[in-house]
Design a protein around this ligand. Structure first.
Ligand code: SAM
Length: 286
């Protein structure tokens, strides 16, 4: 990088600020790490980038050098004057003060296929993933720095599946591209961090018309982690245990298995059987 990194501690002092722990403010100051994150996003000159929580602007500057435009949404109004200072001269950056969860990505981005690159506030990791993945205008890739343990949970396979892993894997292929030592941040966080890259599929692995059913099924399945699917589906879907058994057997899944042991392919089969079952039942009811 030609430009030196941001002097994070000095900037905070200069603007009379202290990092706000409640907002997950651990600022990245290691230029090598910032370069790796921006490189992992593989930004093309025509790309639009969405950044969540630009903080003091350290990552934003890397993104702005590579992208056509960067839209950066920062909740903490105290940081806006700092960002205006550190990003002076980067005229392709648009700063928005607000909560990312209250912003509609479809309204912020010109078209689908944008990139999301961010060192996100860890306290809302799952909510951010859901918000962006379920948006009608979807990104093509997301490169997110998050708590390492959460990144590993996203990558889990059958045997250790979770609601989080399924809700992400249905939309794209995830990989961890780097682990980041706590010393790369100011102040250093108490947890380990990792960078997760998620390449979205052109279409989710479950047909769009069945996604609601898929989420209903997995929520029911994981509602009581230690119980078998015969019980959790019966309670969660409001069907009898015999009906739950029939549904599972129709999808070639043993009724005594637990939700965490099913692969995405098996959930796919189950969604399909459940859709058939609902269609048949509504025929009977009419
Ligand atoms: N990107 C900066 C960096 O790498 O140094 C800061 C990252 S820091 C982990 C997370 C940032 O997200 C903070 O600046 C925090 O104020 C901001 N933030 C927290 N909650 C937010 C929300 N709901 N919407 C937008 N930004 C948020």
């Amino acid at each position: 990088m030609n430009e030196p990194g941001l002097p994070v501690a000095q900037l905070l002092r200069q603007f009379g600020l202290r990092p706000d722990k409640r907002l997950g403010q651990n600022f990245l100051h290691d230029e090598h790490t910032l370069t790796r994150i921006a490189a992992a996003a593989d930004i093309r000159p025509e790309d639009e980038v969405l950044e969540i929580g630009p903080g003091l602007g350290a990552l934003t500057r890397h993104l702005a050098r590579a992208a056509r435009t960067v839209t950066a949404v920062e909740l903490d109004a105290r940081l806006l004057p700092v960002l205006q200072h550190t990003l002076a001269g980067y005229d392709n950056v648009r700063l928005i003060q607000g909560d990312i969860l209250q912003q509609n990505p479809a309204a912020l981005m010109e078209q689908a296929g944008y990139l999301v690159v961010a060192n996100i506030p860890y306290y809302i990791t799952s909510a951010i993933l859901r918000h962006l993945l379920e948006a009608p205008k979807k990104p093509r890739r997301m490169v997110l720095t998050m708590q390492r343990e959460v990144a590993e949970r996203v990558l889990a396979r059958d045997g250790k599946m979770s609601l989080l892993a399924l809700s992400v894997q249905v939309y794209g292929q995830a990989r961890v591209i780097a682990r980041i030592p706590a010393g790369a941040f100011y102040p250093p966080p108490k947890v380990d961090s990792a960078v997760l890259a998620l390449d979205l599929y052109p279409q989710p692995r479950i047909p769009a018309r069945q996604l609601d059913l898929f989420f209903r099924l997995i929520k029911a399945g994981f509602s009581q982690k230690r119980k078998n699917l015969r019980n959790t589906l019966s309670t969660g879907l409001g069907i009898s245990r015999n009906q739950a058994v029939a549904l599972l057997e129709a999808a070639d899944i043993a009724p005594q298995r637990r939700a965490e042991t099913l692969s995405l392919d098996e959930w796919q089969a189950l969604v399909s059987r459940y859709a058939d079952w609902l269609a048949t039942n509504s025929d009977t009811a009419t």
